[in-house]
Design a protein around this ligand. Structure first.
Ligand SMILES: [Fe+2]
Ligand SMILES: [Fe+2]
Length: 270
């Protein structure tokens, strides 16, 4: 499935049933809504803070009418503190649609990513990893990812052990993603990441830090599977749209990125 199979929705549409029929090209706003499409909201980098309880209450309430499922693309908390995760869990009580998520680097800062995951899981969020998730016939696979750079400038596993360890972190993330993707037999698949798999969507950030914002290895894994679209965060000042070498659409849904619909979150009709 290529870019025409995914529409970054500009207007909310009513909830609709899903079939396994071939995906339709993106319709314009005046056209009749496609009954086969599922509305997937995606948002990264919420950075919930210790003293910001209630900050996302309205947003989550709004999403109940504008999407069928929410993808959360990491940096869900600002420092990975228990209180931050608890604040987010409390706000998530207002979200009535299902949600899937991956963690981001900020969720690791306090050294207890498992605790952040546990609290969010208890709040009803499906935390992705080696296990994939299926909702309304659409498969969701996701990992945090890691840095390493893009294309021919990507860092190789050469030299000091520390360099090899850096490269291995992304390879391990790719392996987890591959296990999840291999388990999915759905026609449509969405990949969630925190780090970017392509350079396109980090453009806007200082070039000196591209290598810390994502890695092409993630795209190499994604391109081996029939993935419908990729959503990620982390590059707060990057670009919204990109694609992998194979043409799979990639969307940077970090909260600060300008989306087609003028909202903090993107909505993809898949
Ligand atoms: Fe972030
Ligand atoms: Fe991040």
């Amino acid at each position: 499935m290529q870019e025409s199979a995914v529409k970054a929705a500009k207007k909310p549409a009513p909830a609709r049933p899903v079939s396994q029929a071939a995906p339709q090209p993106a319709a314009n706003d005046e056209a009749a809504p496609d009954k086969d499409l599922v509305r997937i909201a995606a948002l990264g980098d919420l950075h919930m803070k210790e003293h910001a309880a209630g900050y996302y209450k309205e947003l989550f309430t709004e999403l109940n009418d504008t999407a069928d499922i929410l993808c959360l693309c990491g940096d869900l908390t600002d420092f990975g503190k228990t209180i931050e995760a608890e604040n987010l869990a409390e706000d998530l009580r207002h979200l009535k649609i299902p949600s899937v998520a991956v963690l981001g680097n900020h969720d690791y800062e306090c050294g207890q990513p498992e605790e952040v995951s546990r609290i969010l899981h208890q709040a009803g969020v499906c935390m992705l990893g080696e296990n994939a998730h299926i909702h309304k016939g659409i498969g969701f696979a996701g990992v945090k990812g890691f840095g390493g750079g893009f294309g021919r400038r990507m860092l190789g596993a050469f030299g000091e052990p520390m360099t090899k360890a850096f490269v291995k972190e992304c390879m391990d993330e790719c392996n987890k993603l591959e296990i999840a993707l291999r388990s999915l037999h759905t026609e449509k698949k969405i990949v969630l990441l925190h780090y970017s798999p392509v350079e396109d969507t980090v453009v806007g950030e200082p070039e000196q830090i591209y290598a810390y914002l994502g890695c092409s290895r993630l795209a190499e894994t994604i391109d081996r599977y029939e993935v419908t679209a990729v959503v990620h965060g982390h590059a707060h000042r990057g670009s919204y749209r990109g694609k992998t070498t194979k043409g799979i659409p990639v969307f940077n849904v970090a909260a600060g990125i300008e989306k087609d619909n003028g909202k903090q979150y993107a909505v993809l009709e898949v």
